[in-house]
Design a protein around this ligand. Structure first.
Ligand code: MTE
Ligand code: MO
Length: 358
């Protein structure tokens, strides 16, 4: 395995608790752009954001047969070829709130004061040209922002967000997985019957690739659809881990009794570039996306859309979506049987209830 460690810590007054950060864009905004503008990109930090001086920055690489390697930021940028990869990053805790409605989680994050962030990925993934793993110093064509790991982060396409280590300080080739809390005692899945008294974190593998996922971004829960419009447009996103391409998204307007196939907008489609500074406004030039990826390297999500006639007499719609990936993996229909104490891997059919106004 390759252990990837941040090793950077934000300065903190003694006794001060580390502040974790969790920020996401309103879901309607997500499906507006195939490339999420940086201002709307979700942020997930378990520890405070460190300030790293690019002038003195070093990336240490250990465990190599020919001895350790230490690289400055400049060396990283000039001694290696530059690649661009279009990939979707998904936190294992995406859609966790739907699991909360089944049973509440007990906060269990141990006191991780004093530790830095670390993770492991299989060495084959890291070294394979088809793995497309990056040491990234840019995001959306601009310098990597502090919140997203300045000056360098790992981008591990198709792999859970947690392994995409930010503020990267050290890489270790090792026979052992990282001892980090987030590799060992978090980001693992368990049966619904496993609770905090019985959980054995050693018994489950760390999450790497994520299961197939999709969600509705428009309309939103509790929204209103006008009867006079005679039709309804449903939008959302779909993605699967491990480079498996989403090949189909099914949408139901009646809670899953009948289904229609949504139009997928992946590969070559046009999107409207949002104004700089994340102004949310429209306008701007339309741009062409990179060509569709080779098989097994579908790292980016697909946006999807369905416009369908409003069912006659329906006063309420229960809109449901489910995606199918290239291995014909499907999403489970309900969250109960996949509930787990850590609140991860939440990928049941997404359901949104709206009323139809008369
Ligand atoms: N890297 C460091 N150093 N510290 C962290 O807390 N959080 C991880 C990962 N890399 C984390 C990290 C998790 S859980 C996720 S989901 C992604 O970063 C989020 O990346 P983003 O904030 O750029 O969206
Ligand atoms: Mo995460």
């Amino acid at each position: 395995v390759l252990e990837i460690l941040s090793e950077y810590k934000a300065p903190r007054a003694e006794g001060q608790q580390p502040e974790a950060l969790q920020r996401r864009a309103p879901s309607e905004i997500l499906s507006e752009n195939f490339i999420t503008p940086t201002a709307f990109f979700f942020k997930r930090n378990h520890l405070p954001v460190p300030e790293v001086d690019p002038a003195t920055y070093r990336l240490e690489v250990e465990g190599l047969p020919n001895g350790p390697l230490s690289l400055s930021l400049d060396e990283l940028k000039t001694r290696f070829p530059k690649h661009t990869v279009t990939a979707t990053l998904q936190c294992a805790g995406n859609r966790r709130s739907e699991m909360n409605s089944v049973k509440q989680f007990e906060g269990l994050d141990k006191d991780v004061t004093g530790t830095t962030y670390g993770a492991s990925i299989p060495v084959g993934k890291a070294l394979s040209e088809e793995g497309d793993v990056l040491l990234a110093y840019e995001m959306n064509g601009e310098e990597l922002p502090a919140d997203h790991g300045f000056p360098v982060r790992a981008v591990v396409p198709g792999t859970v967000g947690a392994r995409n280590v930010k503020w990267l300080g050290r890489i270790v080739l090792s026979a052992e997985e990282s001892a980090s809390h987030w590799q060992q005692n978090d980001y693992k899945g368990f049966a619904p019957c496993t609770d905090w008294d019985t959980v054995d974190f050693k018994s489950a593998p760390a999450i790497q690739e994520l299961p197939v996922q999709s969600a509705i971004t428009q309309p939103t829960e509790g929204g209103v659809v006008e009867r006079s419009a005679e039709e309804v447009t449903v939008k959302g996103y779909a993605w699967s881990g491990g480079g498996r391409e989403v090949v189909r998204v099914d949408v139901s307007l009646d809670g899953g009794r009948t289904w229609q196939v949504a139009r997928l907008r992946g590969g070559r489609w046009r999107w409207r570039r949002m104004g700089r500074g994340g102004g949310g406004g429209g306008g701007g030039a339309e741009e062409r996306l990179p060509p569709p990826p080779p098989p097994g390297r579908a790292w980016a999500w697909k946006l999807w859309e369905l416009t369908a006639p409003l069912p006659e007499d329906a006063r309420e719609l229960e809109i449901v979506c489910k995606a199918v990936d290239s291995s014909y993996n499907v999403q489970p229909d309900s969250v109960g049987p996949i509930w787990n104490l850590r609140g991860v891997l939440s990928n049941a059919w997404h359901r949104v209830r709206v009323t139809v106004s008369e």
